[in-house]
Design a protein around this ligand. Structure first.
Ligand code: GUN
Length: 295
């Protein structure tokens, strides 16, 4: 079994991006990071994004409106950022509080600043294999991890566990693409799938993104499979100072010995999401410099 080291691979990408940003003409790329409220996981994720920006030389604008912000106020904030020529990318951290319609907010972001890749136009471009769009960061990070770990998907059976807008759907579309590093046969499973283990056991590559701690057990994995664990779950652990520990959607200690390769949590997919966000922000800046893709 080989551990896929997301920290190491993300660090290599960040070093590449740093050099590319330094070589850009004009001002630095700039991303607006919007976090509504103080959800502890979101606080930690946005902080990681801010630190990555600083490391690479990308400017970040931090906007932390209160949890009580109305839909209209949040739309107005997004509109202002859309109109700001100094902002290349806009990220509104998910999840939003229940009174806000997340998809409506994602759609409000100008497509050419949608570095998260959740806008209708960018999801459509992904489906059409039009590379001028932005691809959601976690799925893009998974593909990059697989490529840089020497996992070839062509002709393989990829089983995607989860159908979210943020991970499952775009990851399935990416693995399906007619690209040399993709060309997989893809099955998407979810909470309503019958006989789940009989399907996951057929996976050459199993991607778990269902948000249930340690859901994938050894009986659900084919020996020799590659397992990508996208889950980040906080489970109570009184032996820890924080009172919790982080664990993935995979029961790591029993599944890992079966796998040819597996990602750990933390230190697998997570750092790649941040690296891909930085890559998308650089892409947004490049596109604004050459004034294309702004439709
Ligand atoms: N919450 C979890 N992952 C993501 C992501 O990639 N982007 C945003 N905006 N929110 C998230």
């Amino acid at each position: 079994m080989e551990l896929i080291d997301g920290n190491k691979i993300a660090a290599a990408i960040i070093a590449e991006l740093k050099a590319q940003v330094a070589a850009l003409p004009g001002r630095k790329p700039c991303i607006a990071l919007v976090r509504v409220g103080e959800d502890p996981a979101s606080v930690s994720y946005v902080k990681k994004k801010e630190l990555a920006c600083a490391e690479i030389g990308i400017a970040s604008q931090l906007l932390f409106p209160p949890v009580t912000i109305s839909a209209d106020e949040l739309f107005a904030l997004v509109d202002k950022l859309n109109a700001d020529p100094d902002v290349d990318g806009i990220l509104v951290q998910s999840p939003l509080p229940k009174h806000l319609n997340e998809v409506a907010v994602f759609r409000r972001i100008a497509a050419h600043k949608d570095v998260d890749g959740f806008h209708t136009l960018n999801l459509g471009k992904l489906a059409q294999e039009d590379d001028t769009g932005f691809v959601a960061c976690t799925p893009a990070g998974i593909m990059e991890l697989l490529q840089r770990s020497g996992v070839k998907l062509a002709g393989k059976h990829v089983v995607m566990l989860g159908r979210s807008l943020i991970v499952g759907k775009p990851a399935a579309l990416l693995a399906l693409q007619r690209k040399p590093w993709a060309n997989a046969t893809v099955t998407v499973c979810h909470s309503q799938t019958a006989n789940l283990p009989s399907i996951t056991c057929q996976a050459d590559v199993l991607i778990a993104a269902i948000g249930k701690a340690e859901f994938v057990t050894a009986d659900m994995v084919k020996p020799g499979a590659v397992v990508i664990d996208v889950g980040v779950n906080r489970v109570p652990d009184l032996t820890k100072k924080s009172g919790y520990r982080l664990t993935g959607d995979v029961h790591f200690s029993t599944v890992a010995p079966l796998c040819s390769k597996i990602t750990p949590v933390p230190g697998g997919v997570g750092p790649m999401t941040v690296a891909m966000l930085m890559q998308n922000t650089l892409k947004a800046r490049r596109q604004s410099l050459i004034q294309v893709g702004n439709k």
